[in-house]
Write a protein that binds this ligand. Structure first.
Ligand SMILES: C[S@@+](CC[C@H](N)C(=O)[O-])C[C@H]1O[C@@H](n2cnc3c(N)ncnc32)[C@H](O)[C@@H]1O
Length: 344
């Protein structure tokens, strides 16, 4: 079903479907695009920025891939290889100390941290040659108003959409995602050099998956939400607070990402590929991953004393459903979009 839809899409625009490891596939895409699209003739130094780098685990290999690809391009030319600078961006509360402590010792670049919201201007005009962002743009600047009090993001995949309210919530989330992504692109359009390249890796949902036999990241989010609801019913966390709480992110479909990106006047879509997320997480892996991402937010909302039990409940729910026993039932997608800043 998914493969068919995506194949059909690729007839009208350059979206391709690829199976296999997402990181290896994204690496190949980035290397090919740097080799063919990045103009190095005018570069005397090369600045790369990672927006939403977290503590660096996944960022360091990505920065290495980008820099090695640019270096190869210089080595096959008569030009002198430039010095490389990497700006690591994340929110002000990010643990940049851990990032700096774990920087690869053999790196060939200078580094700086840029703390702040990537929906605002963060770097000097015309300073970035390559912008990168992975698994970060799904975070919203705010929960859209119609969702407040409904504590369900009304996922479109699966069977979550029913009734006017749900449709309204879905539209509100999509609208917020669109405004935020547009704000991100507007800021990068100022900060990037003309002809600069941007690689965006955005988690995405297929238009349909069968909840009886398959799951996505949205299904795991639903289970976490239902764990919180169970806790509230048992009086272990505040029902009032839960009513006012919603997850501040939106997982789009590839088609939604395409529709937003292609509206940009500043960037052209050079390439867009849809990969199977391929995280192959076990139940324990899902719990660890979700805990790492949500612990601070849920501690802030409901108190530190609720955290262990919330994630124990999530684990039980995942273990109870046979769907999660097989990691290959995960139908989550990752959109890899390569954009180029127009010269005009
Ligand atoms: C799931 S982590 C992804 C980390 C890493 N890029 C990766 O691929 O593994 C998302 C990161 O994006 C950051 N983030 C979310 N919204 C952000 C914003 N508005 N500005 C800067 N960073 C943001 C979060 O703080 C978090 O560290």
């Amino acid at each position: 079903m998914v493969a068919m839809e995506l194949t059909a899409m690729s007839k009208t625009h350059p979206i391709k479907y690829k199976s296999g490891g997402v990181l290896a596939a994204a690496k190949t895409i980035i290397e090919e695009e740097i080799a063919t699209k990045l103009d190095i003739s005018t570069i005397s130094f090369c600045c790369i920025a990672d927006f939403g780098c977290s503590t660096g685990n996944n960022s360091f290999p990505a920065m290495h891939t980008i820099i090695e690809a640019v270096k190869r391009k210089y080595e096959s030319s008569d030009l002198k290889t430039p010095d490389f600078y990497v700006w690591f961006n994340d929110v002000v509360s990010n643990d940049f100390n851990t990032l700096f402590r774990s920087l690869p010792l053999d790196r060939s670049y200078k580094v700086a941290a840029v703390a702040g919201d990537f929906h605002s201007h963060l770097l000097p005009p015309s300073s970035i040659h390559f912008a990168y962002s992975s698994w970060a743009l799904q975070w919203l600047t705010e929960v859209p108003k119609p969702a407040v009090g409904l504590h369900s993001p009304a996922w479109k995949g699966g069977k979550r959409l029913y009734g006017v309210k749900r449709e309204e919530v879905y539209e509100a989330y999509l609208g917020q995602f669109e405004r935020d992504l547009e704000a991100f692109l507007k800021c990068r359009a100022v900060e990037m050099v003309k002809g600069g390249i941007m690689a965006l890796l955005i988690p995405a949902l297929p238009a349909y998956w069968d909840p009886q036999t398959e799951f996505t990241v949205a299904s795991v989010i639903e289970l976490l939400r239902s764990s919180l609801v169970d806790m509230a019913k048992e009086g272990k966390l505040s029902e009032t607070k839960l009513d006012a709480f919603n997850f501040p992110y939106y997982i789009p479909t590839p088609e939604e990402v395409w529709a937003i990106l292609q509206k940009s006047n500043s960037f052209s879509i050079e390439r867009m590929e849809i990969l199977k997320s391929g995280t192959l997480l076990t139940v324990d892996g899902h719990v660890a991953c979700f805990r790492a991402v949500h612990q601070n937010m849920l501690t802030h909302e409901f108190g530190a004393e609720t955290i262990d039990e919330s994630f124990d409940m999530l684990k039980k729910k995942l273990q109870t459903s046979p769907v999660y026993a097989n990691p290959s039932n995960d139908k989550t997608l990752v959109v890899v979009a390569i954009l180029k800043l127009n010269n005009v």
